[in-house]
Ligand binder design. Structure first.
Ligand SMILES: Nc1ncnc2c1ncn2[C@@H]1O[C@H](COP(=O)(O)OP(=O)(O)OP(=O)(O)O)[C@@H](O)[C@H]1O
Length: 213
């Protein structure tokens, strides 16, 4: 299994439960705004602590309340492409890309910088600051930063949200290449049915939170 998840999260007064086991490739969490898709990505990344349950990725347990396992985010080896990207605004594209790269040991890196620049088509942007990038360029840099941190899996939160309609196809093709060429498990959030039907091997419906605490 790539993602093996059975957890309960508490956000404010809302309690959300998720249970699924996903195979390889791209798994889409699909549901309306506020249903709890981002909260689950945050829990898999280790940014939100579940109140109950277990999270395993590719056989490695990241969280297990019963066994008192809760790996720190930096130990989870996860590449997280945030919905709002969160590029470091005061660092140029090169330094954004190298941020995670510098923090993993060379024997754990599986993607070369030149290969990444070529895959993402961002070699000409290295000296630019994030504020000067278009939505599509910034999205590609954010994906590059995640991939260069040598992740074992990828979390992508609405990666088309800040992309112009005419750049959408370009980013969709890029995500397909990442899915097909890098053989990295991907947990992907979207509320767009056509998008998830095109990209996902498996679609997990996320319903709006049902129970109040
Ligand atoms: N930090 C927080 N404190 C309190 N409640 C929160 C917090 N973050 C999220 N929530 C609540 O948890 C629920 C799920 O939110 P979440 O952002 O995970 O949904 P989502 O499906 O990703 O929505 P969207 O597509 O709008 O990003 C919502 O009811 C939201 O109001």
């Amino acid at each position: 299994m790539s993602f093996d998840i059975a957890v309960t999260l508490q956000r404010g007064h809302v309690r959300m439960t998720y249970e699924f086991a996903a195979g390889p490739g791209l798994t889409a969490l699909f549901g309306p705004s506020g249903a709890g898709k981002t909260s689950l990505l945050d829990a898999v990344a280790g940014l939100v602590r579940p109140i109950e349950g277990r999270i395993a990725v590719s056989g490695a347990t990241l969280f297990d309340r019963a066994q008192r396992i809760n790996l720190r985010p930096e130990k989870r080896r996860c590449g997280y492409v945030f919905q709002d990207l969160r590029l470091f605004p005061h660092r140029c594209v090169r330094d954004n890309l190298l941020f995670g790269w510098k923090r993993v040991s060379p024997d754990e890196r599986w993607l070369g910088i030149d290969v990444a620049l070529n895959l993402l088509g961002i070699g000409h942007l290295l000296d630019r600051m994030p504020a000067t990038l278009s939505g599509g360029e910034a999205q590609r840099v954010a994906i590059g930063r995640a991939l260069l941190s040598a992740p074992r899996f990828l979390l992508m939160d609405e990666p088309l949200a800040s992309v112009d309609a005419d750049r959408r196809e370009e980013i969709l093709r890029l995500i397909e290449r990442i899915r097909d060429e890098l053989s990295l498990p991907i947990l992907y959030v979207s509320h767009d049915r056509a998008e998830v039907e095109r990209l996902a091997q498996q679609i997990i419906p996320v319903e709006p939170a049902h129970s109040a605490a």
